[in-house]
Design a protein around this ligand. Sequence first.
Ligand code: SAH
Length: 342
Amino acid sequence: MKSEKPWILERSIRKLQEELHAAGFRPYTARQVFQWIYQKNIQQPAAWSNIGKEDREKLSALYECGCRPVLSVQRDDQGTCKFLIGLADGLKIETVLIREKGHHTFCLSTQVGCALACRFCATGTMGLRRNLSAGEIVSQVLTLKKELGEDGAKVNLVFMGMGEPLLNYANLKPALQRITAAEGLNISPRHVTVSTVGILDILAQLEIDFPQVKVAFSLNAPENELRAKLMPVSQREDLGTLLAYFKAKKRRQRLTCEYVLLRGVNDSPIQARALARLLHGIPAKVNLIPYNENPSLPFQCPGEEAVEAFRAELVRRGLTVVTRWSKGQSISSACGQLVVRM
Ligand code: SAH
């Protein structure tokens, strides 16, 4: 059911201050509310014990305060959990918690479905239903933090779930502000990665707004023609232009390039050498992601030997390479496997 009340998770601290001021609250109430919601991760006004009972009731009457509900959770035996989350209009998204030694990764969605239709990606088969709001993005983080409980391990946030983050920048930006602000979730922007196919003008804006946020670039093919076949967006965002941008840009961290390895398509040693040439002069780290197969898509994962041969070609040419044998495959929560049938 759609609530008539506005959702408090859509509010920036400034907006909430304005609204609460207009409604006759004390000047510091908005900060207290933010502390409960984001720092203590408690969204029920009844539990906000340092706010008077009358004010709590008034807040409940004014705003809807909870996180979006978890409809189901799938867990694998290594601690990866995939959450199906229900949105107010009945649509659903997936968000993933990956537990690792010493730190945990939150894999977050930014859209319901995706418009880009990358040929190998399950989310792409859904088409774009709609953008997620800022509240729907931060709600995922709060939900995953609840799952971790008091576990003090560091968290990394990666925008690698459903959707293309830069095609929803209007909502990603306020979400990132809420995630990184001291009065919000207070997560260092250095622990946040935005993964993108590369939408150049918006990428440049992201890097101005959040210079410390890490960028992961989904490269996936060593030349534009093949890339455009696999990723239709490449017909608009030319690989050469994108790489020229990355070459010219001085950034604090090395650029992470993601490369999905598809058997017989982009996994040959010749293509590895072409990739190394392409990245020449760009301080880059390559994440090789052996393809996570989807029953409805015609691609296959290369064998281990082919993956290793590809990696060796890159390493020989001085690149830093990490092979990411995906976690969560048994529960279809690996890269490119998030899909919701509505
Ligand atoms: N739209 C953004 C973020 C979502 S996809 C982007 O493209 O970067 C996150 C990563 O998963 C991308 O690098 C994408 O190329 C990769 N990916 C998609 N489908 C995959 C699959 N089935 N197996 C392995 N990686 C996949």
